[in-house]
Design a protein around this ligand. Structure first.
Ligand code: UD1
Ligand code: CA
Length: 459
């Protein structure tokens, strides 16, 4: 079968430099949603599929953005003379055998099951997907005869007042046997208000040829929604977010407010996970059993072990956290941060590319970068691992049961032995032996009888 995705339009109403189909919906380009759905249609039918994406406006950027997807062929439509003209550009790439399904890059919520139904309904003729919507403004309308048979689609701009009052709209999505579709698009004319070759006119051609024409009404209208403006994009984003919140709750998560959680990727949850308001999840996030995420946290590509609590306003990116740990409030874990079980990372503590051993703590105002920290070690408030010399990054090893006094600087590369204690305010640049107390700060002195300078008295 063939899957043709139309993505050449400019999307003027978006008022953006970004090609319309690249605008993100739940963190992925609109077009990526359509592509993945297209793939699963072919998968569900067990048919090999030729996927052709018609690009035009910002075509190079669109191709670049989809570089991660294999087996897609791009065809450029230049200039863009309408949806029918777009399909015509794809025609040379389409296998004659089997059906062709035409999808729109800006109609991203369409479901694979709906499309499978549409392909089945097409049979020997054409099946189009329609929807009943409360406000049909801007869409093409489905015109039916007295017997309820579809006779044609009329675009809003070409419609009479009576036709404009029809609430059954065209989603733009249609399926037909490839050879027939090829012959119909070759016959399209641009005699209409926009001087465009409308794909929708194939319906009239099919009717004239006596081919069966079926309009399948989408089971829910949200599947048919197109993105033409920022406002519609936001509307669709809410629908997607509502669905993913629903999914999380079905999996057993408790959401403080399903309307205030945003998932821009894949989140898996164990049992009794609690997510407070204002959280954003990006990429792949795994929350094990009993994880609590406080309000306004951002988690990206992160796994959190069972019973761990991430407190308010924490930012976690590319890290792994073990079981029963405590992170935040106001913690920042950057890529490569790996916390073992029962680690505590407190407010205004940043950890990057470092492993922190079981039960260790850095509770306040610290930076741990490129370091290996053993178990049960305490990193005092204000401690900095100075990992960067202005040109290169260096690694450090801090042993187990170490006490690093407040406001210390550990200049990397450095090694701190097990059980060592570093006095507060020390700047250590050389190896710290295990066990002892290491001080690297000026000795405290008191100058007895010292006189404060006094203001000169004017004569
Ligand atoms: C189209 C349909 C309309 C339907 C609506 C659903 C036609 C003539 N009209 O109108 O009946 O209700 O979609 O959303 O088909 N595109 C190209 N090349 C072009 C023009 C468009 O690739 O020359 C692509 C766009 O990138 C977009 C899709 O086709 O993905 C739809 O184009 P758009 O201009 O948004 O069509 P509508 O006016 O919304
Ligand atoms: Ca559109």
């Amino acid at each position: 079968m063939n899957l043709v995705i139309l993505a050449a339009g400019q999307g003027k109403r978006m008022r953006s430099d970004l090609p319309k189909v690249l605008h993100p919906l739940a963190g992925r380009p609109l077009l990526a949603h359509v592509l993945e759905t297209a793939r699963s249609v072919a998968g569900a039918l067990g048919l090999p599929a030729e996927v052709v994406v018609v690009v035009g406006h910002g075509g190079a950027r669109v191709e670049e953005a989809l570089a991660g997807y294999e087996g897609i062929r791009f065809v450029t439509q230049q200039p863009q003379l309408g949806t029918g003209h777009a399909v015509l550009q794809a025609v040379p790439m389409l296998h004659d055998a089997g059906p062709t399904l035409v999808l729109y890059g800006d109609v991203p919520l369409i479901r694979a099951t709906t499309l499978v139904g549409l392909l089945r309904a097409a049979g020997d003729g054409v099946a189009l997907l329609s929807a009943r919507v409360p406000d049909p403004t801007g869409y093409g309308r489905i015109v039916r005869d007295a017997a309820g048979r579809v006779t044609r689609i009329v675009e809003e701009r070409d419609a009479s007042d009576a036709e404009r009052s029809i609430d059954e709209i065209n989603t733009g999505i249609l399926a037909a046997p490839t050879l027939r579709l090829k012959s119909w698009v070759a016959q399209l004319r641009n005699v209409n208000a926009q001087r465009e070759y409308y794909l929708t006119d194939v319906i009239e051609l099919a009717v004239r040829e006596g081919a069966p024409v079926t309009a399948c009404v989408a089971p829910d209208a949200s599947q048919a929604l197109g993105v033409n403006s920022k406002s519609q994009l936001a509307q669709l984003e809410r629908i997607v977010q509502q669905n993913s919140a629903e999914r999380l709750m079905q999996l057993g998560a408790t959401l403080a407010d399903p309307g205030r959680v945003d998932v821009r990727g894949d989140v898996s949850v164990g049992v009794d996970v609690f997510i407070d308001i204002g959280c954003v999840f990006e990429g792949r996030v795994e929350l094990a059993d009993r994880v609590k995420v406080g309000p306004y946290c951002v988690l990206r590509d992160t796994t959190v072990g069972p019973g761990t609590e991430v407190a308010a306003f924490s930012h976690l990116d590319g890290c792994r956290i073990g079981a029963s740990a405590r992170v935040g409030p106001y913690a920042r874990l950057r890529p490569g941060a790996s916390l073992d079980d029962e680690v505590h990372i407190g407010n205004f503590v940043e950890v990057k590319a470092s492993r922190v051993g079981r039960g260790s703590k850095a509770n306040h105002l610290a930076y741990i970068g490129d370091a290996e920290v053993g178990s049960r070690t305490n990193i005092g408030a204000g401690t900095i691992v100075a990992n960067y010399d202005g040109a290169n990054k260096h690694s450090s090893r801090i042993g187990q049961d170490v006490q690093v006094g407040s406001n210390s600087v550990l200049v990397a590369p450095i090694e701190v032995g097990d059980g060592a204690t570093i006095g507060a305010g020390s700047t250590v640049c050389r190896e710290v032996p295990p066990g002892g107390l290491t001080l690297a700060r000026a000795r405290q002195v008191t100058i007895a009888g010292w006189k404060r300078p006094a203001k000169k008295v004017k004569a």
